[in-house]
Ligand binder design. Structure first.
Ligand code: NAP
Length: 270
């Protein structure tokens, strides 16, 4: 790595939005430390290297406390402080709460919430001590609506959103900026992994992860508080969600996320 270049960390960098965030950092003069759980991370690292960045790839299961510790050890081992961090790794799970396997849902909490808090607890004090740094939390537009048939996931993103907004205020005079990235439905592996391919939201046309990542990166660099990212449709949904009652948003979410809703003629009960 070139010590004169700023360094960024991206979690969940092997695919989707995280991969595109890593590409944004590399194209904008950062070296990057990428992390994900599986072996495909190394393919992603090779692609990011082709954009001229020095890349370190660290495989870690962040749903385990030991994974966060190992990642933080790799961050500090390089000796160069992080100029920016994108805490992006996350998973979902569709389906009725009363039927879903509890272990799948606890894993959502362990990754989306617990690992995000553990990692922020490690990274932010270093940044505050230095009086500089930029942190991006991948929240979601799901944070703004009760997630019928995706209940634990939406609740996890409401946590991330609230957490990010609280830190924005706590750190406002510290030199460290906190930005929340709020994508709408985006064309990644997310819906397949969440078993939601038979839902309307799983089947509908989605936002481009490269566009979502660029919106997030631009907001991060500008020190903005949030980016409702992607298409005009997603930005409009962000605005509408500010005024709709929660019960209406829960009903709308059911129509999009109920198992089988992709097929014509489903009840769409609300
Ligand atoms: N796609 C959407 O519609 C959408 C909308 C709003 C917000 N988001 C959020 O965007 C973020 C990125 O998701 P995506 O849509 O880009 O999905 P994705 O393509 O499935 O990417 C998920 C990333 O998280 C990593 N990951 C999963 N479990 C992990 C674990 N236990 N430890 C470490 N890394 C792990 C994955 O790596 P491995 O493959 O190695 O596990 C992968 O790199 C998530 O926080 C998601 O909630 C997505």
């Amino acid at each position: 790595m070139n010590d004169n270049k700023p360094k960024a960390l991206v979690t969940g960098a092997s695919s989707g939005i995280g991969f595109e965030l890593a590409r944004q950092f590399a194209e904008n003069g950062y070296d990057v430390l990428l992390t994900a759980e599986d072996g495909e991370l190394h393919l992603a690292a090779d692609e990011i290297r082709a954009h001229g960045a020095a890349v370190t790839a660290v495989r870690a299961d962040l749903a385990e406390p030991g994974g966060v510790d190992r990642l933080y050890a790799a961050v500090t081992a390089e000796g160069r402080p992080l100029a920016a961090a994108a805490l992006n790794a996350g998973v979902g799970k569709g389906g009725p709460f009363v039927e879903n396997d509890i272990e799948d849902e606890i894993r959502i909490i362990d990754l989306n919430i617990t690992s995000t808090v553990r990692l922020a607890k490690r990274l932010l004090p270093d940044m505050v001590r230095r009086g500089e740094g930029k942190v991006l939390f991948t929240s979601s537009i799901a944070a703004t609506m009760p997630g019928s048939f995706q209940a634990v996931y939406n609740a996890s993103k409401s946590f991330v959103q609230s957490f990010a907004e609280a830190l924005q205020n706590e750190l406002k005079d510290s030199g460290v900026t906190v930005t929340s990235l709020m994508p709408g439905p985006t064309e990644t592996d997310f819906f397949r992994r969440a078993d939601m391919q038979d839902t309307k939201v799983g089947q509908q046309e989605k936002d481009d992860p490269a566009k979502v990542a660029k919106d997030g990166f631009d907001a991060l660099m500008a020190g903005r508080k949030k980016a409702v990212a992607g298409s005009a449709k997603t930005k409009a949904q962000g605005l509408v969600n500010r005024i709709l009652p929660d019960s209406a948003k829960a009903a709308a979410h059911r129509r999009m996320a109920e198992p089988g809703s992709a097929e014509e003629g489903t009840s769409g009960r609300s």
